[in-house]
Design a protein around this ligand. Structure first.
Ligand SMILES: *Cc1c(COP(=O)(O)O)cnc(C)c1O
Length: 519
């Protein structure tokens, strides 16, 4: 095997371990880039000699080598398997990333999504040939509107943030239809970063609403900011501190009275699905992250799905296409001219949404049933409260709880230790855990947001709690060695994240020594 270009000194090796001859450590292999591994003339396929014919490319003919790496099939397979082993996944361990809802992806969902009738269809196929797929989407829509108590749902948005944009564009269209030009959107300071970003992208100005010392949105401050130029509020409920907003109804009423709309960030719906219907809280539009609440896989930028549910007031402005069911079966209305009523703001994407995610989400719903969906929410809340109760004597919880689906800690328990939230999180990697969400929400100093989800067993939670308790104890006992420069056992040590963000090296060139790459 070609060893060229592999880092030989193993930049990430723990100081305590001696360097190995191969550069690998135990069964963990060091792995170069595929371009470093490949060599000219190697290929995984054996093609017959082509008959040399006159080139018809003229001046367009390639002069240099194409520059693709040459490897055999086993080399390619090993390369990607080795890379995958450097990764952390929900399938390899507890993934406590708060707000991200890293729950188990049931294998049944995968099996359903791979059925050829769902996996092999094409969005341009005649609709009469995909009636089953359309029936599935329709059934999923029924579950989503029923669970949320909302009037209708747009299925095409492809992520939570995309759903936010869809909701705000519908709000903008509704304002235009009323002949009003409202420009302000109120966003709590604890909001996910996508909220203000979406509002700005949709052409609104963003105004922050402060949080109370209890971690809730300051409803009085919100009401004081309402006025004739406010188009909407964007509220997350349960909020990003993991708390249910107790004054949500009051805020919804005030917003309605001011002629504005209530956009709810529904990314945390997994805490209340089956228990609370956002429609009953006065919500006008809300995205649902199927890839969080309904267990479809996510991470690494992979496909998500962010359907948006609408109130009766906003439904006419929902985007195309519109799925309808009549005597002739299911069909999509793709053009405004074919509509009898309503004035959709446009469309969110070329086709109809993420079919594979729809199948997985409905498989999750049908296999759980309505009672199972409710129990999943309750268990998610139970797991988070177990973590909060088990750790709050050694780590500091800014809000005493009980919490909803995630437990929030701040860094005050680390005061005077010299250990930071970042050090603490990196030390968790050495213990085999993906860190929790760090430094979010911003309303808490040095935040650590833990979302265990319902799919962890009590034994798994107990192991996790034990590790965090010992780490917290060691930080307080001044055992800095465990934290300084952690992780010690990961393939790479502490990376210079600032440099990687500021000076990313995005293009591989033969001469870049590996040690100099932004890492
Ligand atoms: C995940 C999340 C989003 C964004 O969802 P994406 O699918 O990642 O675009 C928005 N708000 C909150 C609170 C979230 O947790």
């Amino acid at each position: 095997m070609n060893n060229q270009g592999r880092p030989t000194a193993v930049a990430g090796m723990a100081e305590t371990a001696p360097a190995t001859i191969s550069g690998d450590r135990g069964l963990d292999h060091e792995e170069g880039l595929i371009f470093e591994l490949g060599r000219d003339g190697m290929t995984g396929v054996d093609l017959p000699q082509t008959q040399v014919s006159e080139s018809r490319l003229g001046g367009q003919r390639r002069k240099g080598a194409i520059g693709l790496p040459g490897l055999s099939e086993p080399e390619v397979v090993r390369h990607y398997v080795r890379l995958s082993r450097m990764n952390y996944a929900i399938d390899s361990g507890l993934y406590p990333l708060g707000s991200c809802t890293m729950k188990h992806n049931p294998r049944l969902n995968e099996k359903m999504a791979r059925l050829p009738g769902f996996a092999d269809i094409h969005p341009l196929q005649p609709q009469k040939t995909v009636q089953g797929a359309l029936a599935l989407i329709s059934e999923l829509m029924r579950w989503l509107t029923t669970l949320t108590g909302m009037h209708s749902v747009a299925m095409s948005p492809k992520a939570g943030a995309h759903g936010e944009l869809c909701g705000l564009l519908a709000i903008r269209a509704a304002m235009e239809a009323r002949g009003e030009d409202r420009k302000r959107i109120l966003v709590p300071e604890s909001a996910h970063g996508t909220n203000p970003a979406t509002a700005a992208l949709a052409g609104f100005t963003v105004e922050e609403v402060p949080a109370t010392s209890g971690g809730h949105v300051d409803a009085d401050a919100l009401e004081a900011k309402l006025g004739p130029d406010v188009a909407a509020i964007m509220l997350t409920n349960p909020n990003t501190c993991g708390l249910f907003e107790p004054r949500v109804l009051e805020m919804a009423n005030a917003v309605r009275k001011a002629g504005a709309y209530f956009y709810c960030d529904g990314a945390n719906f997994n805490a209340i699905a089956g228990r609370v219907r956002p429609g009953d809280l006065g919500v006008d539009a809300m995205h649902i992250n199927l890839h969080k609440t309904f267990s479809t896989p996510h991470g690494g930028g992979g496909p998500g799905a962010g359907p948006v549910v609408f109130s009766k007031a906003l439904a006419p402005f929902a985007p195309l296409p519109l799925l309808i069911h009549d005597d002739a079966g299911f069909r999509y209305i793709e053009n405004r001219e074919d509509l009898e009523t309503g004035s959709p703001f446009g469309r969110m994407c070329a086709f109809h949404g993420q079919m594979g995610m729809f199948v997985r989400a409905l498989a999750y719903m049908l296999s759980h049933g309505a009672d199972g969906v409710r129990q999943a929410s309750e268990d998610a809340v139970l797991s988070a409260n177990y973590i909060l109760a088990s750790l709050k004597d050694v780590m500091s919880a800014p809000f005493p709880g009980p919490c909803m689906h995630e437990a929030l800690f701040d860094d005050s328990f680390l005061d005077g230790t010299g250990v930071t939230t970042l050090d603490f999180a990196k030390a968790m990697i050495d213990e085999g855990y993906h860190p929790m969400t760090m430094y979010f929400p911003l309303v808490v100093h040095g935040a650590m947001l833990i979302e265990p989800t319902e799919s962890e067993s009590k034994e798994s939670l107990d192991r996790f709690i034990h590790v965090l308790r010992v780490l917290a104890g060691e930080a307080k006992a001044g055992n800095r060695a465990r934290f300084d420069g952690a992780p010690r056992f990961a393939p790479r040590r502490r990376l210079d994240e600032t440099r990687a963000a500021r000076k990313p090296i995005l293009r591989w060139t033969q001469k870049t020594p590996v040690a100099d790459a932004a890492e």
